[in-house]
Design a protein around this ligand. Structure first.
Ligand code: 48H
Ligand code: FE2
Length: 261
């Protein structure tokens, strides 16, 4: 078989542009492929909604990969074991600490990503969300403004592209960068960023899940972004609230938008 370089180029261009045409208008745009974003993507796609995840980096998992101080394990507590079972991630009970479950960071990253992909999520790497689209009458967030991470890093002024969506999910972790930009540049949304607080794991694990949801019309937060937005403590390397807040946001959005088209 002869392999013509031009055909390689054209195959990639055609397939990538076809994807981008589809991505340019979706039901849900999720920003960040960390634990909360991937859990949200999995449940949204499973519910039949057209879902895209934009991830700044060239991999999955966000803070999962670093484990705790580079030790390759993650701790999760019930009822987040329901999510682990849904995505097929194996875990073990922790001896002497009833209620705590431990699993490999690599296992959690891989299983979340493959489950979301199998359910129909499109994950696009190397793309950063730098802004939101907003609309009046009624006032709402109506999509995201995207650019290559490489453009961002180059320092060159490269204008972005737009992706319209019926819901935007900030799953950017500690930065809550999507909510932050919306609060600053669309002040009429009335978003107040209260700032993350110091560690208090038990409290944080329940409050992050409780606080996950709609921040402004069309704009939702899950994961650590919730802590920054709602003024909640951090919890350290326990990931139950990341998974459960992602699932909660997905179910809330699915309830509002209805089943997939
Ligand atoms: C595209 C972006 C952008 C952008 C960021 O940090 P994450 O793992 O986020 P969560 O909330 O799912 O999980 C948090 C968890 O990892 C953690 O840090 C915990 C539990 N900490 C507790 C503590 O006490 O410290 O993932 C966010 C992802 C990353 O992959 C980023 O690269 C990506 O979002 N991202 N992608 N456009 N503007 N900003
Ligand atoms: Fe963290």
């Amino acid at each position: 078989m002869s392999i013509d370089e031009t055909r390689i180029t054209r195959a990639i261009l055609a397939a990538a542009l076809r994807d981008w045409e589809e991505i340019s208008s979706v039901d849900v745009a999720i920003v960040g492929a960390g634990p909360s974003g991937m859990a949200a993507a999995y449940y949204l796609s499973r519910g039949g909604l057209r879902t895209v995840v934009f991830e700044r980096r060239l991999g999955f998992g966000g803070g999962i990969g670093g484990g705790a101080m580079f030790l390759h394990k993650i701790v999760v507590e019930p009822p987040a074991d329901e999510v682990l079972r849904d995505v097929g991630a194996r875990y073990a009970e922790v001896e002497g600490a009833p209620g705590l479950l431990v699993l490999d960071a690599a296992e959690l990253m891989a299983k979340l990503a493959s489950s979301a992909l199998d359910a129909g999520t499109k994950i696009v790497h190397g793309v950063s969300v730098e802004d939101v689209i907003f609309r009046r009458d009624p006032l709402r967030v109506a999509g995201v403004v995207v650019n290559w991470t490489a453009s961002e890093l180059s320092g060159l002024h490269v204008d972005p592209l737009f992706v319209s969506s019926r819901a935007v999910v900030d799953a950017t972790g500690h930065d809550a960068s999507v909510v932050e930009v919306a609060s600053r540049k669309v002040p009429e949304l009335g978003i107040e960023l209260r700032g993350e607080r110091s560690a208090y794991s038990e409290l944080s694990e329940s409050l992050v899940v409780e606080g996950a949801g709609e921040v402004a019309p069309g704009l939702y937060a899950c994961g650590m972004a919730v802590a920054r937005v709602r003024g909640l403590p951090r919890m350290g390397p326990i990931f139950g609230a990341m998974l459960l807040s992602g699932r909660k946001v997905a179910l809330e959005i699915a309830g509002r938008l209805g089943a997939g088209r």
